[in-house]
Write a protein that binds this ligand. Structure first.
Ligand code: ADE
Length: 350
């Protein structure tokens, strides 16, 4: 069961923990900070109003019927709070949450082990569900639909199928790539398929305010506005930038004001639109190497030495949202706004 991480295991204090190397210790601290910043009550979860309202009705109705909520699918760009929603749902219904992910479930036996270890009413959270392979999807269908697990024992003519009855459970799955899910899988999320939206700058500012309070750092109003503006409409990025600006202010023995934000983010290479060096590399490759496009994903990926999935999942959602690129049948093109933005940066560097 080492692939499954559940909350009780994470918080077990009696486990012997060896001294990590320095960089791991730092990383560890960041992980705990991120945990502390994650909302653990609905009232602290800012934004995604429509999803929250739908979930409130779904969970209340299921609770009144004394039945676990139906299976749910969340999709949308990374960092918008899909995992956080799964944890909030589990907490709301008083269920234990077991967490795993598509790439962690390599074999049919891995999923069988996860499912047979569920207790009645558990929430099973599968992140990156688009990375489950077809054979595993096939055994997931009956498990989702009728709580049955079909296991084939043996091989060849003597092979036989046994059917195990699973306890009632709620599957919550998350993906950044809804288009990669087969339609039979999609259709089995009876509780609903919800798309998380980018946050508004006002919502991001509110998240920054809340996080600053938890971190015990005072942030001037203009500074939090500026961090929000460069946060890609994404809470995870907002919290990351806030932490880096806090470091900068601490080292400079200064307050976290507008000037600190500008200096800290310049050092990180985060520009006024929130683009990072790798986003700008993508834009300038389309513009300078491919005359503004259209250029196919394959070619772009080779030119940038960047995985296609990283381009599609990390860079493109935000660049599309800002209107800096367009996706056409013949490939990606840079828009006039992208030309303008990169020219503006070049001018300030001259
Ligand atoms: N941190 C990450 N997502 C958040 C959200 N939606 N509300 C508040 N804090 C968050």
């Amino acid at each position: 069961m080492s692939r499954i991480l559940n909350r009780s295991r994470v918080s077990k204090k009696s486990e012997k923990i060896e001294d990590p190397p320095a960089e791991k210790a730092l990383l560890g601290e960041e992980i705990f900070l991120d945990q502390a910043l994650r909302p653990s009550r609905w009232n602290d979860y800012i934004g995604q109003k429509n999803i929250k309202e739908n979930l409130r009705i779904l969970l209340t109705a299921a609770g009144e019927r004394k039945h676990p909520p139906e299976h749910l699918l969340f999709y949308g760009p990374a960092g918008l709070g899909k995992t956080t929603l799964a944890h909030l749902i589990a907490k709301e219904i008083g269920a234990q949450i077991k967490v795993t992910s598509g790439p962690a479930i390599e074999k049919v036996g891995d999923l069988a082990s996860v499912l047979t270890n569920l207790s009645p009413g558990d929430v099973l959270f599968i992140d990156e569900v688009h990375r489950l392979n077809k054979a595993i999807e096939e055994i997931l269908y009956p498990a989702m639909e009728s709580g049955k697990l079909d296991i084939i024992i043996g091989k060849g003519p003597s092979a036989r199928t046994i059917q195990l009855e699973l306890p009632p459970f709620t599957l919550i799955a998350a993906t950044t790539r809804i288009a990669l899910l087969s339609s039979p899988l999609r259709s089995r999320f009876g509780g609903g398929v919800f798309r998380l939206e980018f946050y508004t700058p006002e919502e991001i500012e509110e998240i920054i305010k809340r996080s600053a309070k938890i971190l015990g750092v005072e942030v001037e109003k203009t500074a939090s506005k500026e961090i929000a503006k460069r946060s890609r409409f994404t809470p995870r990025t907002a919290n990351y930038l806030l932490k880096r600006c806090r470091d900068f202010a601490q080292i400079q023995r200064g307050v976290l004001d507008m000037q600190t934000v500008e200096k800290a983010l310049e050092l990180l290479g985060v520009d006024a639109l929130g683009l990072q060096p790798s986003d700008r590399a993508l834009l300038s490759t389309i513009i300078e190497k491919f005359g503004g496009g259209p250029v196919g994903l394959n070619t772009l990926s080779a030119a940038l030495s960047e995985e296609q999935s990283t381009i599609e999942e990390v860079h493109e959602p935000y660049l599309l949202q800002l209107g800096l690129i367009e996706r056409t049948a013949r490939g990606r093109t840079a828009t006039p706004k992208a030309f303008e933005h990169l020219n503006g940066i070049k001018r300030t560097l001259l």
